[in-house]
Design a protein around this ligand. Structure first.
Ligand SMILES: [Zn+2]
Length: 203
């Protein structure tokens, strides 16, 4: 027995989302049919697609171009933080740890899933840094295989494309504050030892 065509189309639309299989897609579709509030979802999707754009400076998803961050005169334009996704900008902004501007790649290198260098805004990054204002590029891609490969590809592109290179840094990795050593993943501890730094007064 097949579902009615409109329902089947809704299920198939959900199946196109990353990480959503047939079973979850069916569950979401039935949820929408049962929940009268869920009908608002259609409008929300339409508005999100219509009322957002990519900032022409940093590539982040925004309501205005340039985005709020790029148009803020108080941001330090000599520091450029490279991230994979808009949600990473949000996370760093919430921390208040960074006062520079961003470059959003819109993904990470993942040949298995079909994401290649050309699909990320790495060429755009090289042009931006080449324009001359940036003195430090901070790589804040995820500390996983894809994130490391992405940072490495971007560093190589910057080294190949620029005669004068800025300082390039990678976020420190290791023991999270508030963490307990005995519960840490082995790789986290290895990173922490590798990234250790001196404390106390210098002699
Ligand atoms: Zn921007």
């Amino acid at each position: 027995m097949a579902f009615p065509a409109p329902l089947e189309q809704l299920i198939e639309a959900f199946e196109r989302f990353p990480g959503i299989g047939r079973v979850t897609a069916e569950r979401l579709a039935f949820h929408i049919l049962r929940d009268p509030e869920a009908a608002g979802l259609a409008g929300a999707i339409e508005r999100a697609a219509r009322d957002t754009l990519r900032c022409a400076e940093c590539g982040n998803i925004a309501e205005q171009d340039p985005c709020v961050i790029c148009s803020d005169p108080k941001r330090d334009r000599t520091q450029l933080c490279v991230v994979e996704e808009p949600r990473h900008v949000e996370a760093i902004e919430r921390s208040g740890a960074f006062g520079g501007v961003y470059h959003v790649l819109m993904g990470a290198l993942n040949p298995a899933e079909g994401t290649e260098i050309a699909q990320l805004s790495i060429k755009w990054l090289v042009e931006r840094v080449g324009a001359g204002e940036v003195r430090e590029v901070v790589f804040a891609t995820d500390p996983d295989v894809e994130g490391e490969a992405t940072a490495l590809a971007a560093v190589e592109a910057l080294e190949a494309g620029l005669s004068e290179r800025p300082v390039m840094t990678r976020l420190a990795r290791g023991v999270p504050s508030g963490g307990a050593l005995e519960y840490l993943h082995r790789g986290v501890l290895m990173d922490a030892f590798e990234g250790r730094r001196t404390i106390g007064a210098k002699r």
